[in-house]
Design a protein around this ligand. Structure first.
Ligand code: NAP
Length: 310
């Protein structure tokens, strides 16, 4: 029986584990894959307070992870498939075993959304990607398209311009959503261009991505983009937002559009269950707000244990 079980090892979960460990609570952090969450895929962290120059998601997480470990958080790599968070003991069941906690902090984050067009699923890893840091090097010297107009799309398009011959951002509206400072850098990058009011309708390729159909949402006009003959393929990086990883808690925790509802102490509708980071309904999804959520959730868990005399 742990005082605190933290589900998810991104910035929110690691910060929660760090704070709970410092409060001398026994902590188990459960992560299903590699530690770090989405941020390890970020090529550049410019806006986390105190970030080092040339900080990447990976370097930041490596330090945060070591810091959480120093304060005694135990860790297990497991995929949790069932949860019973309602009672005094929170029970989580995974492929490798069952875990019991007096409190539970849900920090499961969010995952990239797909465009949902024909051909997308078949061509993942064959030209279609959701991670620039993972796959940019495969497109050295080739043409690359990026779908989306938010911070991720424009930042990752800038990163991809270090590898690709040409990068085109395809955005469904006539104005970008990304922060102004990111837009300014993008407009100053000569390898980057923008195709606005456009959506991807279909992707095609025999083994590798070779053609795509685009639609102008204002005129309805369809155009085809074909791979340069000498290249044989091109890259399509998709950054069209996130969906919260809250399915395990469906019908148990209150949510809105899948995002878990909490109050400002990160408490959910269930006593002893807290949520932190991108899986939570909130206005700003950043590493700094995820870390802050994790800290608040851990302190709230500590207070809950004290108040309940557990
Ligand atoms: P986001 O901010 O939700 O942006 C998603 C973009 O994709 C929007 O431009 C949206 O268009 C477009 N889109 C959505 N569905 C689409 C579809 N089916 N087809 C085509 N386009 C579609 O997502 P994000 O950029 O992944 O960012 C997620 C969160 O992380 C945000 O809160 C963001 O601020 C944060 N973030 C921050 C940083 C940073 O601070 N450096 C970096 C990365 C991410 P519309 O604009 O028309 O809605």
């Amino acid at each position: 029986m742990y005082d605190v079980i933290v589900l998810g090892g991104g910035p929110a979960g690691l910060s929660a584990a760090l704070y709970a460990g410092r409060a001398r609570l026994s902590v188990l952090l459960i992560e299903k894959g590699a530690i770090g969450g989405q941020i390890v895929q970020s090529s550049e962290i410019e806006n986390y307070p105190g970030a080092l120059p040339q900080e990447t998601g990976e370097s930041l997480i490596a330090r945060l992870s070591a810091q959480a470990e120093r304060f005694g958080a135990a860790r297990v790599l497991d995929t949790v498939t069932a949860v019973s968070p309602e009672g005094e003991t929170k029970l989580l069941t995974g492929a490798k075993g069952s875990y019991r906690g007096r409190t539970l902090i849900v920090a499961t984050g969010a995952a990239p959304m797909h465009i949902g067009c024909p051909g997308e699923r078949e061509l993942v890893g064959k030209g279609v990607s959701y991670c620039a840091t993972c796959d940019a090097a495969f497109f050295e010297g080739l043409e690359v398209y990026v779908v989306g107009g938010g911070d991720s799309a424009v930042e990752e398009a800038l990163y991809l311009s270090k590898f690709a011959r040409k990068v085109t951002v395809i955005h469904r509206r006539d104005a970008l959503r990304a922060a102004k400072c990111i837009q300014e850098r993008a407009f100053a990058e000569p390898k980057l261009s923008f195709l606005l009011d456009s959506v991807v309708e279909e992707l095609r390729g025999d083994g590798l991505l070779e053609r795509m159909t685009l639609k102008n949402v204002k005129t309805g006009a369809l155009t085809t983009v074909a791979a340069d003959e000498a290249d044989g393929t091109f890259g399509l990086f998709v950054f069209v937002g996130l969906h919260p990883a809250s399915e395990l808690f469906a019908g148990k925790l209150d949510t809105e559009s899948g995002y878990i509802l909490t109050d400002e102490s990160m408490s959910t509708n269930l006593p002893g269950v807290f949520a932190a980071g991108d899986v939570r309904k909130k206005t700003l999804r950043q590493v700094v707000t995820a870390a802050a959520d994790g800290a608040v959730a851990a302190v709230s868990a500590e207070r809950y244990i004290e108040a309940a005399g557990l």
